[in-house]
Ligand binder design. Structure first.
Ligand SMILES: CC(C)(COP(=O)(O)OP(=O)(O)OC[C@H]1O[C@@H](n2cnc3c(N)ncnc32)[C@H](O)[C@@H]1OP(=O)(O)O)[C@@H](O)C(=O)NCCC(=O)NCCS
Length: 231
C-alpha cells in the first residue's frame, strides 16, 4: 500500500486471515463495539486496527482507539486524515498529517475477481465501460471492472469524512493509466458535484490475487468547488 501513496503518508498492512493476537490488540472501547459481532467481522475490525496503530505510531501517536462514526467512517485523532480497508487475506490503514498538504485519503482492497456485468452497469458510466473494455483488450488478465469498483470505493472513503454526504457511483468519473506489464498504474477520478474536492489522483496494483487502490485529495484542490466566488 505504501508504494501507492506519497512518502508523507504512513501506511501499514497485514496479510493473512487473522488470529486471536489481533483480537487481543483491541482497546477497550473498540472491544465493547465488537461484543456480539461474528468472527469474520471481529478479525477484520481488529486486524485493520493493528494496522491503524502501526501507521499512527509513525506519526508519533501512542495507542488510541479508532472508532467508527455514524456512516462507518473512521474517527481519527485530531490532526490526522486516513483510511482503512480489509478484504479476504489483507488489511491496511494509511494516515497523514493535513499540514503535509493532504485534505483526504481513500484506500480500498478487493479480491482480484470478475465483477458481474450487472454490477458494472450500476457503477460505471458509458464512458467508463468503454474505457475498461479498451483496457481489457490490451491487458486481458486484469479484471478491470473490479479494479474500477475498487477505485470508486476508495474515492468514497476519501469523500465521505470530508463531505458527510454520500457520493453516488456515477458521480465520479475514473480514468486509468497502465504501467508496462499491466499489473499497476495511476488513476484519477473527477467528482461531478460540488463538495470537498473535484479531483483525486492515486495508484492501483494487482498482486497476489488482491487489487489495492489508493487515492489522495490534495488540500490545494479541496473545497474550491464549494467556495463562493471571491467578491
Ligand atoms: C463505505 C464503503 C465504501 C466501504 O466499502 P467496503 O468495501 O466495505 O470497505 P472495506 O471492507 O475495504 O473497508 C471497510 C472500512 O472502510 C472504512 N469506512 C466505512 N465507512 C466509511 C465511510 N463512510 N467513509 C470512509 N471510510 C469508511 C472503515 O474504516 C471500514 O473499516 P471498519 O468498519 O473496520 O472500521 C461501502 O460500504 C459503501 O457504502 N459503498 C457505496 C458507496 C460508494 O462506494 N460509492 C462510490 C462513489 S464513487
Amino acid at each position: 500500500m505504501a508504494s501507492l501513496l506519497p512518502p508523507r503518508v504512513a501506511a501499514a498492512e497485514v496479510f493473512g486471515h487473522g488470529d486471536e493476537e489481533w483480537w487481543g490488540a483491541l482497546l477497550p472501547a473498540e472491544a465493547r463495539l465488537m461484543a456480539g459481532a461474528g468472527a469474520k467481522r471481529r478479525r477484520d475490525f481488529a486486524g485493520v486496527r493493528v494496522c491503524a496503530r502501526r501507521a499512527l505510531r509513525v506519526l508519533g501517536f501512542g495507542p488510541v482507539p479508532v472508532l467508527p462514526g455514524p456512516r462507518g467512517e473512521p474517527r481519527w485523532p485530531a490532526g490526522v486524515v486516513g483510511s482503512m480497508t480489509h478484504c479476504a487475506g489483507y488489511r491496511a490503514a494509511v494516515v497523514a498529517r493535513p499540514e503535509t498538504g493532504l485534505a483526504g485519503l481513500g484506500i480500498d482492497a478487493e479480491p482480484h475477481a470478475p465483477l458481474s456485468p450487472d454490477v458494472l452497469d450500476m457503477v460505471a458510466s458509458p464512458a467508463e465501460r468503454a474505457h475498461v473494455a479498451m483496457l481489457a483488450d490490451g491487458w486481458p488478465r486484469v479484471h478491470w471492472g473490479r479494479v474500477l469498483f475498487c477505485v470508486k470505493e476508495a474515492v468514497f472513503k476519501a469523500w465521505y469524512p470530508l463531505a458527510h454526504t454520500e457520493l453516488g457511483f456515477l458521480e465520479a468519473e475514473v480514468a486509468f493509466q497502465v504501467n508496462g506489464d499491466g499489473s499497476s498504474g495511476g488513476v484519477t477520478a473527477e467528482v461531478r458535484r460540488p463538495g470537498p474536492f473535484t479531483v483525486v489522483s492515486g495508484h492501483w496494483r494487482v498482486a497476489d490475487g488482491v487489487i489495492a487502490t489508493a487515492v489522495v485529495a490534495e488540500a490545494a484542490a479541496a473545497w474550491k468547488s464549494a467556495q463562493p466566488p471571491a467578491a
